[in-house]
Design a protein around this ligand. Sequence first.
Ligand SMILES: Nc1ncnc2c1ncn2[C@@H]1O[C@H](COP(=O)(O)OP(=O)(O)OP(=O)(O)O)[C@@H](O)[C@H]1O
Length: 281
Amino acid sequence: MIEVQNINYSINKRQLLSQVSFNFSSGKLLAIMGANGAGKSTLLKVLSKELPYQEGKVRLAHRNLNTYRSDELAQIRAVLVQQNTLAFEFKVDDLVMMGRYPHFTSRPNAQDRAIVEYCLNQTGIAHLANRTVHTLSGGEQQRVYLAKVMAQLLDYESLFDKNYRSEQPKYLFLDEPVTGLDLFHQQQLLTTVKELTHKGFCVVAILHDLNLAMQFADSVLLLKKGKIVDYGVTQKVLQPDAIHETFGIQVKLFQDSQLDYPFIIPFQENIYHKTARICQV
Ligand SMILES: Nc1ncnc2c1ncn2[C@@H]1O[C@H](COP(=O)(O)OP(=O)(O)OP(=O)(O)O)[C@@H](O)[C@H]1O
């Protein structure tokens, strides 16, 4: 469970988050959405304790975020940042193993190695295990970093037992995880992430694609200039008025009988009317 109460965050007298409040349950995927500069990454950094909030309260698993030591937090929450830069050359499997560092002192054991192998397979990068990370394409690297954060949070038992739930809640924060991925890998990555929610993970992801959010997110939080426009169940929140308020664009929702969620098409009013007139002629 994530509980956020009246968070304010400002820098150089500029208010980046204002009175942000929401509660979010474990075992679900929350999409944070909003225009560029709305404060999405700032909010994610506050939730993951990368940035200290100045006012308000954040609680993870009913405990004040500020009371977690960094080694405690490293065992229960992982963060996939927007841009990863590596100072040294690492092999893919070594980088994924770095996700296990909070769990062992000197050397990884057989369970750590099994978790890494599982994550390499789940993210479809097992064939790249011996490559150096900087020789991979941007999309391949993105999957390596996802494997690393999965390795950080997964329990060994969960590899074999579909119904296994960790005693400690796990929190996964993803900043634009599908940016740069092709269509197939966008679907694959979010399917993998969704499966983590079935293991009880609480996942918060910044997404820009309304249709991906509609397809995968259980809840959506719309942010504009650091304030919440709307928050709640995905299909209730992703409606034309709220989308217009958040992004300044008009959209239409369409339902296909084979889908259990609508899809969203943006349109510019003038273009739409012109096209409609042309079609009527
Ligand atoms: N250290 C900083 N100093 C000054 N302004 C900052 C700082 N960090 C962020 N900002 C500003 O805060 C606003 C919110 O930034 P943030 O990165 O949270 O936006 P975002 O919603 O994640 O945007 P994007 O979709 O472009 O990634 C932006 O206008 C940004 O320029």
